[in-house]
Design a protein around this ligand. Structure first.
Ligand SMILES: NC(=O)c1ccc[n+]([C@@H]2O[C@H](COP(=O)([O-])OP(=O)(O)OC[C@H]3O[C@@H](n4cnc5c(N)ncnc54)[C@H](OP(=O)(O)O)[C@@H]3O)[C@@H](O)[C@H]2O)c1
Length: 358
């Protein structure tokens, strides 16, 4: 089969003929139908996003048709369409550990262990390929997906699931006033879609890219966009004005910003008893005063990846039309030219993404 392989970080991604993966105990083989190529994929191939197991077929998650299922696997059935999350846990309840397959990323404190090394050694099949052998626990059957008119759009399901994980952890209730910082990004845009589907009353979508913010504003009158000016006080004031009140929920989906100011503007506008969820890639220390967190009874929590149940719930929302993927701007390349596809992916942002059709 054809696949994109990475020899080691910095080697560049290569289109190669590799042996078709054979099904084995604990796994299933998917014929990959649509796989998102995240904007930062090129950087990841250079080692700029942390270590990963190489050599490997690269690629995390995606949509595929089940071509072979091991005798001991019952999460998916032969012939159906399934989502692969690429998110593998040890299953050990005490001291859980998680890794991303075909990608960088280790859960918890981010440190590798004998267990995470072994998981990445045994399951070394990324999804930028015609076929992928993946462990059963990373698969979510999508009953009804055969009828979905545009499978390429479903490649965004893993990303939407990550955003949905944060929305669930925020306990967003219908009618809530919500702030999404970094809303003009891919994860932030996904978060806005999920918050709308969950019945948010008003959403302050905060970012810098005016075009992406405009697209969010066009989604629904509940979305009020706020162009960040890079000042904690001014951004906070603009958010309060957009919401017309303090926020029940703040979801921070910012990329690696040089200061914590915009994240802290989100913190500043939370109401007493509000919840702030950190979802993005900010690498700053948040200066949160103990007494404020305490007196305002704020819940502050992180959110990494999402459960299979969350991913399935996202599919149900798509199927029901609550989550309208027609808002996405999709570029649909094939496997032939990895370099060109990474270049296409690099310029995607907001509600735009690259859906590789292997
Ligand atoms: N928690 C998880 O499970 C999980 C999973 C995947 C990714 N992530 C993390 O999520 C982060 C966001 O991902 P993404 O793909 O959405 O990235 P992205 O498309 O680059 O979006 C980043 C967002 O941050 C904003 N931003 C960046 N620097 C800023 C600054 N200095 N001031 C104000 N805004 C700034 C961008 O604004 P403009 O575009 O408007 O300039 C954009 O809205 C990544 O860093 C990634 O590490 C987390």
């Amino acid at each position: 089969m054809k696949a994109w392989t990475l020899g080691s970080p910095g080697d560049g991604l290569r289109l190669e003929e590799v042996t078709d993966p054979a099904v084995r105990s604990g796994g299933a083989v998917l014929r990959m139908l649509a796989v998102q190529v995240p904007a930062y994929t090129r950087m990841l191939t250079t080692g700029g996003r942390g270590g990963m197991a190489t050599p490997t077929v690269l690629g995390i998650g995606g949509i595929g048709r089940v071509e072979a299922v091991a005798d001991d696997v019952h999460t998916v059935r032969l012939g159906e369409i399934a989502l692969c999350t690429g998110f593998l846990g040890t299953g050990r309840v005490a001291e859980p550990e998680e890794v991303l397959l075909g990608w960088t990323g280790i859960g918890g404190r981010g440190t590798s262990s004998a267990a995470t090394d072994a998981m990445r050694r045994v399951w070394r099949n990324g999804t930028f390929a015609e076929r992928a052998l993946v462990p059963a626990s990373t698969l979510v059957a999508l009953p009804g997906a055969e009828q979905y008119p545009d499978l390429a759009r479903l490649a965004f399901l893993p990303w939407l699931s990550v955003a949905a994980g944060a929305v669930e952890r925020s306990a967003l209730a219908p009618g809530d006033r919500v702030v999404v910082t970094g809303a003009s990004g891919q994860l932030g845009g996904a978060t806005v879609l999920l918050a709308l589907a969950r019945g948010a009353g008003r959403i302050a979508a905060v970012g810098r890219n005016a075009r992406n913010l405009e697209r969010l504003a066009a989604l629904d009158p509940r979305v009020r966009v706020v162009g960040s000016v890079g000042s904690r006080a001014a951004d906070g004031a603009a958010i309060l004005q957009a919401l017309d009140a303090e926020a029940d929920v703040v979801i921070d989906a910012l990329g690696p910003a040089p200061t914590a100011d915009l994240s802290m503007a989100g913190f500043d506008v939370l109401r007493t008893d509000g919840t702030m969820v950190l979802l993005g890639g900010v690498r700053q220390v948040l200066p949160i005063p103990y007494d404020e967190l305490m007196h305002r009874c704020i819940t502050l929590r992180g959110s990494w990846m999402a459960s299979n149940e969350t991913a399935y719930a996202v599919w149900r929302q798509v199927e029901a039309g609550l989550l309208d993927l027609s808002a996405l701007d999709v570029t649909i390349p094939g496997l032939d030219d990895p370099d060109a596809v990474l270049a296409q992916a690099e310029v995607t942002n907001g509600l735009g993404f690259v859906s590789l059709l292997p």
